[in-house]
Design a protein around this ligand. Structure first.
Ligand SMILES: [Zn+2]
Length: 293
């Protein structure tokens, strides 16, 4: 899943530190290669490196979202340099994961959402398509009320089922009063045209970073969900920096469909924006009974 609004400041803060780390790394390499050269060369290198890096950062959108990407030297393998919470350790609870072995739990209730049609503001911060509701809906989970913050999309899916990706995944992000998150995930496969996604496409998908927000009126997120009584659940994290491990994941078993032409339109804008599966580290994935896919 994607960060929530409050993380923007975290990443903005991390950006400077990440730049410094890159510079230090380059200096270390330079030092190893050129240990016999005068010290002032290192100083020049430091100034040059950091000036260029800072300049490159400043020339981007300025929204603070360019500190990570899905490829190259800001790709998922380097996110722990942006925030140490993204690192894999023996006890980390990072997301996404591959959902394979599950523990059937017949006591899991159908997900209790209270959603109605509202206007959504659709933006492209450079790493996803994100839609923020004008009037937030609710999710009630174990007696706790969570408020809808936004939904966004990944291509391919982030969660995999027995090693298999969906072509896309929607994340509906809800937050409780203690800032804990609950995210409903919907995986997609190619099939019939999807009316809910069609509403986004007909409004026009915003291009990366520079586009003005697009408003989609009278959209009900409930129509994006398949079967709220059939799902997997496990404790995990944001799937982008800062990778905070405060997320209850609720991945619907029944996949949704979208047509190949719809998929191509999303993929054209999103590219590959999925984080690979992370270590499960002994976590139990509970599942409602029965199979959908
Ligand atoms: Zn996401």
């Amino acid at each position: 899943m994607d960060r929530v609004q409050s993380s923007a400041s975290v990443c903005a803060g991390a950006r400077g530190a990440a730049v410094t780390r890159k510079c230090r790394s380059l200096i270390r390499k330079t030092n190893r290669k050129r240990s016999s050269q005068p010290f002032f060369a290192l100083i020049v290198g430091y100034i040059l490196c950091c000036t260029l890096t800072a300049s490159a950062q400043a020339s981007k959108s300025g929204a603070g979202h360019e500190t990570f990407s899905y490829s190259g030297d800001t790709g998922p393998g380097y996110w722990e340099e942006i925030n140490s919470a993204c690192a894999t350790t023996a006890t980390s609870r990072q997301s996404p994961i591959d959902i394979n072995r599950v523990q059937v739990d017949r006591s899991l209730p159908a997900l209790n959402t209270d959603l109605s049609a509202t206007s959504f503001t659709v933006t492209n911060p450079g790493y996803t398509i994100k839609a923020t509701p004008d009037t937030a809906g609710k999710l009630t989970l174990n007696g706790t009320t969570y408020t809808l913050l936004q939904f966004h999309l990944h291509t391919l899916s982030e969660h995999t089922i027995k090693g298999n990706h969906g072509v896309m995944e929607l994340h509906a992000v809800f937050q409780d009063e203690n800032s804990n998150l609950a995210v409903i995930g919907v995986l997609y496969r190619i099939g019939k045209p999807n009316r809910f996604l069609g509403r986004l496409l007909s409004a026009g998908l915003p291009e990366k970073s520079t586009s003005d927000p697009i408003t989609v009126n009278d959209l009900n997120l409930a129509n994006a969900f398949t079967d709220l009584s059939s799902y997997y659940t496990y404790p995990g994290s944001l799937t982008t920096p800062p990778c905070s491990e405060n997320v209850t994941w609720l991945v619907l078993k029944q996949q949704a469909e979208l047509s190949s032409s719809q998929y191509e339109q999303f993929r054209k804008v999103l590219g590959n924006d999925f984080r690979p599966a992370q270590a499960r580290n002994g976590r139990i994935v509970r599942a409602t009974p029965g199979n959908h896919d």
